[in-house]
Design a protein around this ligand. Sequence first.
Ligand SMILES: *[C@@H]1O[C@H](CO)[C@@H](O)[C@H](O)[C@H]1NC(C)=O
Ligand SMILES: *[C@@H]1O[C@H](CO)[C@@H](O)[C@H](O)[C@H]1NC(C)=O
Ligand SMILES: *[C@@H]1O[C@H](CO)[C@@H](O)[C@H](O)[C@H]1NC(C)=O
Ligand SMILES: *[C@@H]1O[C@H](CO)[C@@H](O)[C@H](O)[C@H]1NC(C)=O
Ligand SMILES: *[C@@H]1O[C@H](CO)[C@@H](O)[C@H](O)[C@H]1NC(C)=O
Ligand SMILES: *[C@@H]1O[C@H](CO)[C@@H](O)[C@H](O)[C@H]1NC(C)=O
Length: 468
Amino acid sequence: MEYIFLVFLSLILLLSTTVYGVSDSEYAKLLVLEKIEEQLEKVLVLEDEIEDDFLGIPSWTSQHGGKVLVNVDSFGATGDGIKDDTQAFVSAWNKACDTSTSVLLVPEGRTYLVNATKFKGPCAGNIIVQIDGTVVAPDEPEDWDPKNPRIWLVFSKLKGASFQGKGVIDGSGAKWWDSSCKRNKSNPCRGAPSAFTIDSSSAISVKGLTIQNSQQMHFIITNSDSVRLANVKISAPETSPNTDGIHITKSTNVVLQNCRIGTGDDCVSIVNGSSGIKMKNIYCGPGHGISIGSLGQNNATSIVTQVVLDTAFLKGSTNGLRIKTWQGGSGYVRGVRFQNVKMENVANPIIIDQFYCDSPKSCQNQTSAVKISQIMYRNITGTTKSAKAMKFACSDTVPCSNIVLSNIDLEKTDGTAETYCNSATGFGYGYVNPNADCLQSSDKETHIDMKKDAEQKKNTGSPVHTEL
Ligand SMILES: *[C@@H]1O[C@H](CO)[C@@H](O)[C@H](O)[C@H]1NC(C)=O
Ligand SMILES: *[C@@H]1O[C@H](CO)[C@@H](O)[C@H](O)[C@H]1NC(C)=O
Ligand SMILES: *[C@@H]1O[C@H](CO)[C@@H](O)[C@H](O)[C@H]1NC(C)=O
Ligand SMILES: *[C@@H]1O[C@H](CO)[C@@H](O)[C@H](O)[C@H]1NC(C)=O
Ligand SMILES: *[C@@H]1O[C@H](CO)[C@@H](O)[C@H](O)[C@H]1NC(C)=O
Ligand SMILES: *[C@@H]1O[C@H](CO)[C@@H](O)[C@H](O)[C@H]1NC(C)=O
């Protein structure tokens, strides 16, 4: 807060006519801060989901006044966990979706076996899906529906829908993990289903569900706008391969709040075409951290902008705050802020890796890369497992620029923590441990660019629309 105030004051100072006395480089730094704030304006106004009624999850009974209750049991579901209840779920969905105010109920105390299924909208009205019981997937990869090799439960084309309840969605993934080529190199490398997908939808809220033991990714948000998850719990063993927690792709205005995630891959992964992503109060561990990427695989053009993580605790994860891109990609990651994060025994607490290569074959360095700039880390503390507490491994030809570190304290319990930079520029602000001196040295060009920008701003005296 104080610091924001300081920046604000300095800006006022600078914008008045008394620009003299402030060095070009200080001015350039302020401009960088200002640019990041500008980028993040849209994210910061995304409203926090949590309101009183979301803290305790209401059961459908307290709110179904006037709503038509559609219970899967009324459509022949047995709920014994053995008999196939897919058809009952499909029939119940069709009925609920065609009714303008309905609650689709999966009652508690029972377990429903459901195949790969696409639940499609649009629906007649805002549908509530109340899951209080357990939904499980068939556990045998050999018997999986060959027409839907990569999905389990998909909800698509919905406009206004709520998923809620104290229920569990369980992918029964153990046999899928065993058949992964990451577990056993003699297995063929093939994809597995994702447990729960929100596709091509808008105005979606998800509250309180537990999603566990997915075959691969747990929760995918794709091609959607305005999606809010609160109090969602995701878990799978640390050793389960590619079981990302929440994967966001081609989606905008997504809020994740009060989520607790522990899996065998990224707790959160944000990839191409995503913008306006706000994460608040996230617990991550075990897992591979909170990631932007991977991006740029197979020379892809990838763009991710306007991402904010505020308040997180990462424990025992193999990465903390990570941006990962493949050599040969293009596009950019711009306008990201990670703040108020505590780490405990995290292997790479802060990492930008532009040499990401999650492939059995090694990857060649190339001249093109996804450009990374305007990335801010603020109030990040805790312990690192590896010596390189901060690692900015950027492409030689497409350097990372405007990396800002402020109030960082990362300690190694049994040794000294350090910062690694390759082709990365930016600056530290306030207390930064380990120090980030290597950010200043490498790339002169960005410095000159920043100065040029500063000059232009001074000369044109362009107005500043920063909401600090
Ligand atoms: C579930 O999937 C299995 C395997 O593809 C299939 O034999 C069975 O008929 C499916 N059940 C329904 C209700 O579609
Ligand atoms: C890997 O898979 C092969 C072939 O299915 C099997 O013979 C072998 O025992 C597996 N190894 C491990 C460590 O599970
Ligand atoms: C990345 O997203 C953009 C915009 O959504 C899309 O045009 C482009 O095809 C995507 N790239 C890849 C590799 O999917
Ligand atoms: C990516 O581009 C490089 C350089 O043009 C080329 O050598 C490589 O084969 C391309 N890779 C793929 C997967 O298309
Ligand atoms: C720094 O982050 C921690 C959470 O890790 C939070 O408790 C604390 O209030 C933050 N400090 C400031 C000055 O924002
Ligand atoms: C790619 O470039 C990086 C940075 O210059 C270097 O450390 C790494 O060894 C190179 N990798 C390959 C495969 O050439």
